[in-house]
Design a protein around this ligand. Structure first.
Ligand code: HEC
Ligand code: HEC
Length: 617
């Protein structure tokens, strides 16, 4: 071209674009390209055409359309979502492919609308080429960074769920022990163990799934527990009744001496059971309750009745006492919640005292160092990894607990090349495990069949990578005739899921379904545990589960599951990381990476967050 410029023949219109657009991608044009450069090109020269004017995509691809390709009200969000969806890749089905398709059934916009102007298509080609070059130059993959679209403010509806976990079996047992010094063992029978099903607990022999909400069975269990424990304590003047005169009349023939003493007693029982004073209304209603009860029962029986009522009080049964909302100093309620969620027990008197000097932050530090934390966290991780309670099946829960207690990088859950023994001591393990953390632990592998069942990869991906598999009914009929190769045919409906399941199942082949290592198959032939190039786009290519593990830990989906597990520990529910909790998600993400993957810092950040403290953000 040089200085000659473009020579236009007379009559040609410079505004009428040439017929054939230049869509080839020349990476040398974009050396050192940044993702922001691609975003800028997209925002200025592509996005307006997708969302304004006549042949707009917005009508069919808006955020509520459930299409896989989405155009939102924000250019950068649209760009990043498209990148995560792979729509800038040089492959069939990409944006460029769809807007330039020759087939009228495929071209977008659909419905016979005018195609996009050539200038827009060229800008889209440049955008895609920049993204491809950025990735080819080693830029982090779209699924290995904090999702940029979550950096924009959430604009959806506010969540209105009641945000307070109900007490679980272990927490209840520990609370009764702490308040009453009573393990509820009567005539040699452990009544907690006997009624564990009612309270939704887990013992790994008959009960494996924990109840997460209040059930009618739980309330029936309380009907057994409360009268028994309360009457024994009132009779023995122990627990909440220590130091009280529980036989003295509640009323006076003249004056108010007995009444005043009874009300002081009620205050004590509130403090010991609910960790707070009664309000004036509660004081008078409890006193009235007791004077009613005494017409049917002894004075001691009336005290027991007051205790039973408090055991059914929401402040006793929710891990965060709901009265926090009206408390003058809600920090005490927060400590009750923190202690129950981290240690599985209520705070001690010494810890309440410590709260005044060390604050919640100091107590989190102390708690995270305590043996109670390790013991309770381990029970949470047993449930998380669906342990069967045997030493082998507990091994992965021990590793997870050890990593957190010792502030090690959470990535080692997948990449640790060692074991943690039942005394929580780090031990070397056989070299064949390599860097695979829990993924080759005998107890983790042994109840998850690999090829040809795909259960193992499905459980790894759903348990740690956030995948959800909803198998359509028509697939079941087609399974019988399937071969591993047929599941990874890109044109089949199987490919969507099996592009990951099938290569990963091959990478686990050196571990049999009992979780034992082998190097040859049943016929004596050596095993190839590479992904075998079954799927060209498989993100975890290589030999054995180590190839999977070392790449998987870089994925945002894995990091999110790790952060979410700590969030669940304190909040008793999943983090709404894509919606109204994207800000705390980012905060936890930054905290984890600033501290070398130390999840204690993540737990602390959750505990000190407005979310945990139920303050508006
Ligand atoms: C009249 C509605 C309509 C319009 C307008 C429209 N699309 Fe689509 N689009 C669809 C439907 C329906 C599908 C799913 C069926 C298919 O793949 O053809 C689809 C699929 C797609 C896909 C595949 C991913 C997915 O979400 O399923 C892409 C990419 C796409 N469209 C891009 C665009 C672009 C870019 C525009 C604007 C230039 C556009 N579409 C305009 C209806 C529309
Ligand atoms: C929506 C995701 C999904 C799709 C689509 C899908 N599969 Fe699967 N498939 C799975 C999962 C998950 C498992 C493991 C299920 C389990 O262990 O409970 C599985 C297991 C299997 C199994 C082992 C079944 C057994 O009895 O052990 C076969 C065979 C199979 N799939 C073949 C296919 C074929 C063939 C297709 C396509 C026609 C297909 N799948 C499509 C997700 C999918």
């Amino acid at each position: 071209m040089g200085c000659e410029g473009q020579i236009l023949s007379p009559g040609s219109d410079p505004l009428d674009p040439p017929e054939v657009a230049n869509l080839t991608c020349d990476p040398s044009q974009y050396a050192n390209v940044k993702l922001e450069d691609a975003l800028r090109e997209f925002t200025s020269n592509v996005y307006p055409a997708l969302t304004q004017g006549q042949s707009t995509c917005l009508g069919c691809h808006n955020a509520s359309s459930k299409r896989r390709f989405l155009t939102t009200g924000d250019a950068s969000e649209t760009f990043y979502l498209a990148r995560e969806g792979g729509y800038f890749k040089a492959q069939p089905g990409s944006l460029l492919d769809r807007v330039t398709a020759a087939d009228p059934m495929t071209i977008m916009p659909s419905g016979g609308e005018a195609p996009l102007p050539t200038t827009v298509i060229e800008a889209l080609a440049r955008t895609a080429c920049m993204v491809q070059t950025f990735e080819a130059n080693g830029g982090p993959a779209a699924d290995e960074v904090f999702p940029p679209e979550l950096l924009t403010p959430y604009t959806g509806a506010a969540n209105t769920d009641y945000d307070n976990p109900f007490i679980n079996y272990l927490q209840l047992k520990a609370k009764v022990k702490s308040v009453f010094n009573d393990g509820w063992v009567r005539s040699g029978v452990d009544n907690f163990a006997k009624n564990i099903g009612m309270f939704g607990g887990v013992d790994f022999t008959s009960h494996f799934v924990e109840a997460r909400v209040a059930t009618s069975d739980f309330l029936l269990g309380l009907d057994l527990l409360a009268p028994d424990v309360c009457r024994q304590a009132a009779t023995n003047k122990t627990g909440p009744f220590a130091g009280l005169n529980v036989t003295q009349s509640l009323t006076d023939s003249s004056g108010t001496t007995n009444q005043t003493a009874a009300k002081a007693g009620i205050t004590q029982v509130y403090q010991r059971m609910l960790y707070r004073d009664p309000t004036a209304a509660e004081l008078s209603s409890t006193y009235t309750l007791m004077t009613d009860l005494v017409t049917l029962d002894t004075v001691t029986g009336a005290w027991s009745g007051a205790c039973e009522a408090l055991m059914r009080h929401p402040d006793f049964l929710f891990t965060l006492p709901p009265s926090y909302a009206t408390a003058t100093d809600p920090t005490k309620s927060m400590l009750v919640s923190l202690s129950q969620q981290l240690l599985g027990r209520p705070p001690t008197q010494a810890e309440f005292t410590q709260l005044a000097t060390a604050g919640l932050s100091g107590l989190v530090d102390a708690y995270l160092k305590s043996p109670d934390f390790q013991a309770y966290f381990f029970t949470r991780m047993q449930l998380r990894v669906e342990s069967q309670g045997t030493p082998d099946s507990d091994e992965s829960a021990r590793l997870w607990t050890w990593l957190v207690v010792n502030g090690q990088n959470f990535e080692e859950l997948f990449t640790g090349d060692y074991s943690i023994d039942p005394s929580f001591t780090k031990q070397p393990r056989a070299a064949e495990h390599g860097k695979t953390g829990v993924l080759t632990m005998k107890g983790y592998v042994s109840n998850k069949p690999g090829l040809p069942h795909y259960n193992y990869p499905a459980r790894v991906l759903s348990g740690f990578m956030g995948s959800v598999f909803e198998i359509p009914p028509e697939v079941f009929a087609m399974r019988a005739a399937a071969t591993a190769a047929s599941t990874v045919d890109p044109t089949s409906i199987c490919f969507n899921c099996h592009q990951l399941l099938t290569p990963m199942a091959h990478q686990r082949l050196k571990w049999d379904d009992n979780g034992d290592y082998r190097t040859v198959d049943a016929s004596g032939a050596p095993i190839d545990d590479s992904d075998r190039g079954l799927v060209p786009t498989y993100p975890y290519k290589g030999v054995g589960m180590e190839a999977f593990a070392t790449r998987a830990v870089k994925k945002e989906a894995f990091v999110r599951r790790m952060l979410n597990t700590e969030f669940v520990l304190l909040m008793g529910r999943e983090m709404r990381s894509r919606d109204d909790e994207r800000v705390i998600y980012k905060q936890l993400w930054d905290t984890a990476f600033a501290n070398g993957g130390d999840l204690r810092q993540v737990i602390k950040a959750v505990a000190l967050s407005n979310t945990f403290q139920r303050k508006s953000p």
